[in-house]
Ligand binder design. Structure first.
Ligand code: USQ
Length: 393
């Protein structure tokens, strides 16, 4: 299969390229290298050092024996995107080229506007470019479990049956996102579903949970994937592991009872590959919930502490005030059957993955220590309400 990865330089895109090539697929990609810039803007670095993109591409060629056609483009550059797709002729396009950070989108108007326009316009540009240049290709679009929020109902995979005033229909499950970033993914989902209905595109919208884990192939450090720990671009578990390796307290927000769907990077690669190798029919808009475990943030903190202690690190937990506006006590029971029906077999249990990640991070502890001031949360979801003297004299 010929797979075009938009966002190939990112945390997931770079390992996915390697994983797909190892399975015999031909890979090309595009990236505007914005993730490197955003983390730099936040004054941080990847804990695991990563090679410049052209060194990565050279390592890929040496490893796989195949060149990786790469376009340094922003998806919103519509003509350049069209040229890249037309030149490669993909069977599938994986869209990972979005700003993935909830806290970054909550900084101020400029950041909220950037995240929404970057994500929504980039996806729209890709949909139109696929219609023009590869209408038969399968779009695998990375969405998020956070689109659903935390309703007091089980969470189905995209759609549910509703009865209202004596009539029944199958409708999109309500979306109740919790950040400007998560709303951008909701808007994308609507646009991707509409393009499938309108033009007969085939798409899989992947409602992915929080991903954790390192990718450091022993063969060559140029193959390493990034691992962020700053408040905006580090996901919870990766941050907890980085905190543990430098002896900082692990920071569950609030009382730590908020739960999320989680999966390791290795499981993410396995799931995306299964989705690619089992495409939906033309015109079908398929939604899968991509997660392995449901765990509370407090339990995750304990698991990281225990994994660190197993490696001789005296890790400890210290809760901090929750900077976000999110339910802490809530139901969380998402379905995730479709990937299992496609053959998903979870790999190593979470404890083994955490020990592996901490082991990969230990040689780079000084990089985390040098940027430890980037760990505490500073972006707050709510601002204090300014009193209205007319209403509250
Ligand atoms: N959290 C802590 N302590 C921390 C950091 C986070 O308790 O130091 C908590 C948050 O309050 C939240 C949970 O951990 O309840 C998850 O936070 P996160 O930063 O790992 O994840 P989130 O902001 O939801 O975003 C991440 C990815 C995003 C993806 C999403 C999947 O950055 O791209 O869409 O996970 S999901 O969470 O299912 O929406």
């Amino acid at each position: 299969m010929r797979v075009f990865i938009a966002g190939i330089d990112g945390y997931l895109g770079w390992p996915l390229a390697q994983h797909l090539a190892a399975r015999g697929h031909t890979v090309a990609g595009a990236d505007a290298l914005l993730r490197r810039a955003w983390v730099g803007e936040r004054g941080s670095v990847s804990a695991v050092p990563i090679a410049p993109v052209y060194e990565r591409l050279a390592a890929f060629r040496e490893l796989s024996g195949e060149p990786l056609p790469f376009s340094p483009l922003d998806l919103r550059d519509h003509p350049a995107l069209g040229r890249a797709l037309a030149a490669f002729g993909p069977d599938a396009v994986v869209h990972l080229a979005e700003c993935p950070s909830a806290p970054y989108s909550m900084i101020d108007f400029r950041h909220a506007d950037f995240v929404q326009s970057n994500n929504v316009s980039g996806t729209l540009s890709l949909l139109f470019a696929m219609r023009e240049h590869c209408p038969g290709a399968h779009l695998v679009k990375l969405g998020t479990m956070g689109e659903y929020g935390t309703p007091d109902l089980d969470i189905p995979e995209g759609f549910f049956d509703v009865e209202f005033r004596g009539r029944r229909d199958r409708l999109p499950f309500p979306r109740q996102a919790g950040s400007w970033y998560h709303w951008s993914k909701v808007f994308d989902s609507q646009n991707v579903g509409f393009a499938c209905r309108l033009w007969g595109l085939a798409a899989t919208d992947v409602m992915q949970g929080v991903v954790y884990g390192s990718w450091c192939p022993p063969a060559d450090p140029r193959l390493n994937s990034r691992l962020d720990f700053d408040e905006a671009f580090g996901t919870a578990v990766n941050r907890f592991c980085c905190q543990a390796v430098i002896g900082r307290p692990i920071t569950p927000y609030g009382n730590g009872t908020q739960s999320r769907g989680l999966l390791s990077l290795a499981d993410c690669l396995q799931c995306l590959t299964l989705v690619l190798e089992h495409p939906p029919a033309p015109g079908e808009y398929r939604v899968v919930n991509q997660l392995r475990d449901v765990l509370s943030v407090g339990r995750l903190a304990e698991l990281v502490r225990d994994a660190a202690r197993a490696l001789g690190i005296d890790a400890r937990i210290a809760a901090v005030d929750n900077p976000r506006d999110e339910a802490e006590a809530h139901r969380y029971n998402p379905d995730s059957e479709k990937l299992r029906e496609l053959g998903f077999k979870p790999s190593a249990p979470i404890g083994a993955e955490l020990r592996q990640m901490i082991g990969d991070l230990l040689p780079h502890a000084d990089r985390v220590r040098a940027h430890a001031d980037r760990l505490p949360p500073t972006v707050r979801w709510r601002r204090p309400v300014i009193p209205n003297p007319a209403k509250d004299p």
